[in-house]
Ligand binder design. Structure first.
Ligand SMILES: [Ca+2]
Ligand SMILES: [Ca+2]
Length: 266
């Protein structure tokens, strides 16, 4: 049953991939500033807007800045469901931190890993990948689950380090989830979950300095969604991966850090 489902998903994925690529990656994102060169094909541009006030990392997206943030759609990588239909994510930044949030619908909240730096991709999870530069350069991955468990790792050289080595990196990020439903209770129907992350720029030293307004880092927001009694998780991402693999960094999009002044003038 599992292999048949996977074959079906592979066929659907291959058929929909051509349509996705033909549609152009830039259509889903904001336009790059006129003076900036267009990104390479397959690399759109998402806006991280500057905060105007403090963000309380409690998993509740009731700060005004989240309502001003650009929603980033995550697409089902197998079935290419309509963008945004399972909930968006957001990004913000200021001089000290970069912030991410998700607002996911989920009928069955599932998380069993209860230890920081555990294998959280076996749970419902919100994942952020950040790569400050193109090419064979280090990148970073940070997770939060509905069980309020976090994982953070650094990949210094893609494919060259074990998971145990990668998770030695500690970003000292803060993250929290807020549930609209009951965790690990498959008999009922949940509404979903929200989460916030606050990552200090200092975590990325010495790989990268804190960005200036207008700078861009490569980025992907990803998600696993498990449902009890179903065959494997659904996989979602802001990136239109040619094949399923959240570490396909050459297919990430750009996250552009917008100036605070411009935002406040609007
Ligand atoms: Ca909050
Ligand atoms: Ca779930």
């Amino acid at each position: 049953m599992r292999s048949i489902l996977k074959q079906r998903r592979a066929i659907v994925f291959a058929a929909s991939l051509a349509a996705c690529l033909a549609g152009g990656a830039h259509n889903r994102c904001c336009a790059a500033p006129a003076e900036a060169p267009l990104p390479p094909p397959g690399q759109g541009v998402f806006e991280a807007r500057h905060t105007t006030g403090p963000i309380t990392v409690d998993g509740v997206l009731d700060e005004a800045d989240w309502s001003r943030a650009q929603p980033f759609a995550l697409v089902d990588l197998w079935d290419k469901s309509p963008p945004g239909d399972r909930g968006p994510m957001y990004a913000l930044w200021d001089a000290e931190y970069v912030y991410f949030a998700c607002d996911f619908t989920d009928s069955d909240l599932y998380a069993k890993v209860m230890k920081h730096d555990g294998k959280t991709w076996y749970d419902d999870v919100f994942e952020v990948f950040l790569k400050p530069a193109e090419g064979e350069t280090p990148y970073f991955e940070l997770h939060i689950t509905p069980g309020n468990v976090t994982m953070d790792l650094k990949v210094p050289h893609p494919g060259d380090h074990t998971f145990e080595e990668q998770i030695k990196w500690e970003s000292k990020f803060s993250a929290a989830a807020h549930l609209k439903g009951t965790l690990n209770t498959p008999g009922d129907r949940d509404e979903g979950w929200t989460a916030e992350m606050r990552i200090p720029w200092a975590a990325f030293a010495p790989v990268a300095e804190p960005p200036k307004a207008g700078d861009r880092w490569l980025f992907a927001g990803c998600r696993y969604d498990y449902t009890a009694h179903e065959d494997g998780p659904l996989h979602f991402s802001t990136a239109r991966f040619k094949f399923l693999g959240f570490h396909r960094t050459h297919e990430y999009d750009w996250l552009q850090f917008q100036s605070g002044k411009r935002e406040l003038d609007e």
